[in-house]
Design a protein around this ligand. Structure first.
Ligand SMILES: C/C(=C\C(=O)SCCNC(=O)CCNC(=O)[C@H](O)C(C)(C)COP(=O)(O)OP(=O)(O)OC[C@H]1O[C@@H](n2cnc3c(N)ncnc32)[C@H](O)[C@@H]1OP(=O)(O)O)C(=O)O
Length: 282
């Protein structure tokens, strides 16, 4: 498969319909111990929770050994074996209403080969637009990265994390397998690095189960949401280093006017994920 062959995937599209059922919102609220569980049911979906809808529908027979749908359908047939979620940029135009039919249009925007410090990387940029009743509610651009097998990844060595700035909002998260499993279930993501320890450590050679990048991003967005009544206007993030289920990690959100700068720090004090949220007018 040449770079030109992969580039020919540009423009490939898919459309998924979803009814945005309340049951899925309640399952997500239970996963995150969210106040929605004990308050009045909202009429709309919190920011980033759209990831729990429009689930992949590949039949079991069409899954790859890693648990993702076989490549060569919507996603290009990249040969590098290890898939990771690298980042995303979202713009929220209108709230997504529960129990209301919605449509998500996806398109492959770009396939780019790069040389990273960790080896060759293939980035696939996927654009999504979500519509309800003819109104564009949400635009998203996701970066999915594929990597070579490479050397085994070392476990982070925990340190005492630095004291965050006084005005920072923080939360320490224990990424135990129950949380990872429930997030995989919410997103119907069968990638074995998140729940199958033997596969994660022996085949993909991580030191433990890998925390989903979108899980860390949702936890950060939830943290922002719990500290402001304002809706998110945009949210973007980039995964810098993986987090594992081996030790707690820290979420940090620093509000500054209409912007909230967010980080997830690994137990070794390294930035694992950086994100920026902007708030809609009050
Ligand atoms: C769900 C789901 C899967 C997951 O959730 S997996 C867990 C979440 N994801 C991660 O943990 C990924 C963490 N990131 C990394 O491990 C590294 O950033 C990565 C992707 C291995 C790249 O590291 P390198 O050290 O090899 O890369 P460089 O810093 O040398 O950069 C080389 C070029 O690549 C660009 N780049 C690097 N990282 C990113 C990124 N996260 N997003 C976009 N672009 C990135 C970087 O800018 C360099 O580009 P140039 O144009 O400047 O050459 C699921 O599968 O569904």
């Amino acid at each position: 498969m040449t770079t030109d062959d992969l580039a020919s995937w540009r423009g490939r599209s898919e459309t998924v319909h979803d009814e945005l059922a309340s049951a899925q919102l309640l399952a997500a609220a239970a996963t995150f111990d969210d106040a929605i569980l004990t308050s009045d049911r909202p009429a709309t979906i919190p920011a980033l929770w759209h990831w729990f809808y429009f689930l992949p529908r590949a039949p079991h027979a069409r899954l790859s050994p890693d648990g993702h749908p076989e490549r060569g359908g919507f996603m290009p047939p990249v040969l590098l074996p290890r898939r990771m979620f690298a980042g995303s940029r979202m713009t929220f135009h209108a709230p997504l209403r529960l129990a209301t039919p919605a449509r998500r249009d996806g398109v492959i925007r770009e396939v780019t080969m790069k040389d990273g410090k960790s080896g060759p990387l293939a980035f696939v940029t996927v654009g999504y637009r979500i519509w309800q009743d003819g109104v564009l509610c949400l635009e998203e651009e996701q970066d999915i990265v594929y990597r070579e097998q490479g050397a085994p990844v070392a476990a982070p060595v925990p340190i005492a994390l630095p004291v965050p700035p006084a005005h920072a909002i923080t939360r320490d998260v224990t990424p135990d397998p129950r949380l990872l499993f429930r997030f995989s279930a919410l997103t119907f993501n069968a990638h074995r690095i998140h729940y199958d320890r033997e596969y994660a450590t022996r085949v993909e050679q991580y030191p433990g189960l890998v925390v989903h990048g979108p899980l860390t991003a949702v936890l950060l967005a939830n943290l922002v949401r719990q500290h402001t009544a304002r809706e998110l206007a945009t949210f973007s993030f980039r995964g810098v280093a993986p987090l594992f289920d081996l030790a707690p990690f820290r979420l940090v959100a620093i509000p500054d006017g209409d912007t909230v700068t967010c980080q997830a720090l690994g137990p070794d004090g390294r930035i694992a994920l950086e994100a920026t949220a902007t708030l809609a007018p009050a």
